[in-house]
Design a protein around this ligand. Structure first.
Ligand code: NAD
Length: 306
């Protein structure tokens, strides 16, 4: 009998899923954040399964002569040197669609949170207060929602918001007006979208072209009632320009799950009353984590067992 391939798990995965691997693999575990333990454990590894804490760089690859596949149970590959892995002949797999539903649902939640002042209202009751008049909100119904980036998540957000009787608008240079229209969404140039939207929600990847996409100039076009949501990536919205626009009441509010620097220790944004911040929890659901792990483990099985 041939020995089972050595599969190293270096970040926590759902136990139910790892248990299913034992028949086919020699499963080993280590804590990837412990660099010395990782460098030692990868020596025999043929597959390495990680989440976000394990950093896979040239040094790790040099120590892992038998490694064939690195599987990131999630989306972001910020912690993997993909080029170095490719040079070393190591395949890198991830799970790019595992969490899109979670991010779309968080986006809807953040929009409603802003319209009804939910975080501040809940905090005030917890503080023993009963200030009903201070938390008058607005209905979402009848408002226009501008979706910047009509990809996987942008489309799910549109589907989920449609029953709220909003006017759905989008800007995406790689999507045709016909495609948007077929999804019940009107296509507008970015400047018009920003000028029309009551809610502007960001769903583009961060690239050199989208860094600072929503900056001083764009925010100057917005209505004073506009609320902005960013569950995509920090840096797409210029945070200094956003903080100025909020402080000067040039827009009404913002909800941010992502920041240029995380945690945003030097940012004024978390301290503004009109801002709702969450700690990059877009993918943070049991379902998304499970789906990410099972997707990449299937890929690993496929690579070794065919
Ligand atoms: P996707 O690739 O399916 O869609 C992105 C869309 O943006 C594409 O349709 C593309 O054409 C469009 N686009 C590119 N440049 C643009 C521009 N200049 N203006 C307007 N549109 C532009 O990606 P996705 O899966 O929908 O993910 C969207 C974002 O969500 C990404 O930034 C991703 O990193 C982020 N995300 C965040 C979390 C979280 O935890 N908060 C989790 C998953 C994904």
């Amino acid at each position: 009998t041939t020995p089972r391939p050595v599969l190293l798990i270096s970040d926590p995965l759902p136990a139910r899923l790892t248990a299913e691997l034992h028949g086919d693999f020699d499963v080993r575990q280590c804590r990837g954040a412990d660099r010395a333990a990782l460098l030692d454990a990868v020596r025999d590894a043929e597959a390495l399964v990680i989440r976000s804490a394990t950093k896979v760089d040239q040094e790790v690859l040099d120590r892992a002569p038998r490694l064939r596949i690195v599987a990131r149970a999630g989306v972001g590959l910020d912690n993997v040197d993909v080029e170095a892995a490719t040079r070393a002949g190591v395949m890198v797999v991830n799970a790019p669609v595992s969490n899109i539903t979670s991010v779309a649902e968080l986006t809807v939640g953040l929009i409603l949170s802003m319209f009804r002042n939910l975080p501040a209202a809940a905090a005030s009751v917890r503080a023993g207060e009963w200030r009903r008049a201070d938390f008058q909100g607005s209905e979402l119904s009848g408002k226009s929602v501008g979706i910047v980036g009509f990809g996987r998540i942008g489309q799910l957000v549109a589907e989920r918001l449609a029953p709220f009787e909003v006017e759905l608008l989008t800007h995406d240079p790689f999507v045709t007006p016909e495609f948007a229209y077929a999804h019940g969404v009107a296509w507008l140039p970015l400047d018009e979208l920003v000028a029309t939207a009551d809610v502007l929600t960001i769903h583009v990847p961060r690239t050199p072209a989208t860094t600072g996409l929503i900056g001083e100039r764009e925010l100057a076009l917005a209505k004073p009632t506009m609320r902005l949501v960013n569950t995509a990536r920090g840096g797409i919205v210029d945070e200094a320009a956003l903080a100025r626009a909020l402080a000067e009441d040039r827009i009404a509010g913002a909800a941010l799950d992502v920041f240029a620097t995380e945690p945003p220790v030097h940012s004024p944004l978390p301290h503004l009353d009109s801002v709702v911040c969450t700690p990059h929890i877009g993918a943070g659901t049991a379902e998304a984590q499970d789906r990410a792990a099972s997707t990449v483990l299937d890929a690993v099985r496929g690579a070794f067992l065919g």
